[in-house]
Design a protein around this ligand. Structure first.
Ligand code: NAD
Length: 433
């Protein structure tokens, strides 16, 4: 197998996050703590996982970060935009994810990271009232202002390369419209202030026009749109979306493949969540929840293939609820009541009660997406990076076939892609290998 030519990860990598709330501040704090040697980056596959190379007998099993040329944590620089957060320390304190002792040792670094004024529109996030917002009416001019921000950040921070990961609030649900069909129609829409263009799309446009890879951590359409796919290909820039796979959906994509592997039937899956962070407050609005619901519901059908197994998975009641419940803060509780059936159709029940910490699960995903998107750019990859579907709740497909949701197939795809890029054989786990 011939290795790809991958440019080395020299110099500094700027990680820009539109949205500097709970997830972004937890991510930044964790990276700074890791590089000071205070805490290990637990949950980050790029930092902690090994990768087997060749046959088992060869005993080659390096860390991923020693195998592929990823940017070093010491070379990361952080920036972004937010309509509310004054700086990343304030954002972390508001989010309440990390305790004050953990924040105290890195508070100077966090306080020094000040978000730029956001492109923000309450029409898309009705629960928030932005104050640190660009006072520019025209969407075209907003895009140009973001392009200027990106260039200025890169120059001021002496960055060699940049990546952008959307960590902003979930926007209200929308279907693609005419302005999203092509790059030309989108640009016309920007000039016409088309009401169908949301802030996240303006950030994505600005990123891609600046040759900055864009990954989408929320369920907004953003880079799923035809115009953005066209732009990413024409500019040769990687994109990946959408919606970080954490908490309940992570569990779902671990459990459902197991039921299917053993040919156990599924009659219903009732999922409910209570959470009390700002994300929960935004999702309390039905229009914003709809975006999340659509992204969460697709998972089971994609894994269980009811069209192939109608007797086992042809009649599933799948319900997802999220309730805003302030006492829980970021410590979401996700309950699943799962009704399965086995031999002769006898029913069984499984209950999962996951007392999780949303941003603790999301932060390592931001890191891995940033590092792998940068790797993809240096490896000359452009368009949808389906191999990163491992991290995403509603992964985008690179071609006509829908993307995989099964976490274990996604993991194999990720690792085999890295092996192939580095000129190693894929690992098949067959009896021979
Ligand atoms: N935490 C998780 O496990 C998880 C999982 C999947 C997806 N997500 C998504 O990640 C996103 C961030 O989650 P969070 O918990 O950090 O939420 P958060 O509310 O703490 O942070 C989001 C931030 O985005 C800002 N924002 C809103 N609109 C913006 C705009 N137009 N430009 C720039 N900033 C903007 C808000 O002011 C806020 O500070 C949400 O969309 C959430 O649904 C989170």
């Amino acid at each position: 197998m011939t290795a790809r030519t991958i440019a080395p990860a020299t110099g500094r990598l700027g990680v820009l996050t539109p949205g500097m709330g709970a997830v972004a501040s937890t991510f930044i704090a964790g990276v700074i703590a890791a590089r000071k040697g205070l805490k290990p980056p637990i949950g980050s596959v790029s930092q902690m996982a090994n990768i087997r190379l060749g046959t088992r007998e060869e005993g080659r099993n390096p860390l991923i970060r020693e195998f592929v040329p990823l940017a070093d944590l010491n070379d990361l620089v952080f920036g972004g935009w937010d309509p509310l957060s004054a700086n990343v320390l304030e954002a972390a304190e508001t989010a309440g994810v990390l305790d004050s002792t953990d924040l105290a040792s890195i508070s100077n670094e966090l306080e020094a990271i000040v978000p730029m004024d956001a492109v923000f529109d309450r029409r898309w996030v009705s629960k928030l009232d932005g104050v640190r917002v660009k006072k520019i009416e025209s969407k075209w001019d907003q895009a140009m202002a973001l392009i200027d921000d990106i260039a200025r950040f890169k120059a001021e921070n002496d960055c060699d390369r940049l990546v952008m990961v959307w960590c902003g609030s979930t926007e209200a649900y929308q279907e693609p419209s005419d302005c999203h069909a092509t790059v030309a129609s989108f640009e016309q829409g920007l000039r016409d202030n088309d009401a169908n263009i949301s802030p996240s799309q303006i950030y994505a446009y600005a990123a891609l026009q600046s040759d900055v890879p864009y990954a989408n951590g929320a369920p907004n359409l953003t880079v799923d749109l035809d115009c953005m796919i066209e732009l990413s290909k024409s500019r040769g820039v990687p994109i990946a979306g959408k919606d970080f796979k954490t908490g309940q959906t992570l569990m779902k994509t671990m459990l459902a493949p197991g039921f299917k592997a053993r040919m156990l039937g599924l009659r219903g899956w009732y999922s409910t969540n209570i959470l009390g962070n700002r994300d929960g407050e935004v999702l309390d609005d039905p229009e914003n929840f709809k975006s999340k619901e659509v992204s969460k519901l697709g998972v089971l059908d994609a894994i269980l293939q009811p069209e192939v197994y109608p007797d086992l998975y042809g009649n599933i009641d799948h319900v997802v609820r999220i309730n805003y419940y302030p006492p829980r803060g970021d410590n979401k509780e996700g309950w699943d009541a799962i009704d399965i059936f086995g031999w002769l159709g006898y029913p069984m029940q499984i209950k999962v009660d996951f007392m999780c910490r949303d941003s603790i699960l999301a932060a390592p995903i931001v890191l891995d997406l940033a590092l792998f998107m940068d790797l993809a750019a240096r490896a000359g990859a452009s368009g949808v990076q389906e191999w990163l579907s491992f991290y995403l709740k509603a992964p985008q497909a690179a071609g006509a076939t829908p993307a995989e949701h099964d976490l274990f197939i996604q993991q194999t795809k990720l690792k085999n892609t890295l092996r192939e890029w580095m000129g190693e054989q894929p690992v098949t786990h067959s009896e021979a290998g």
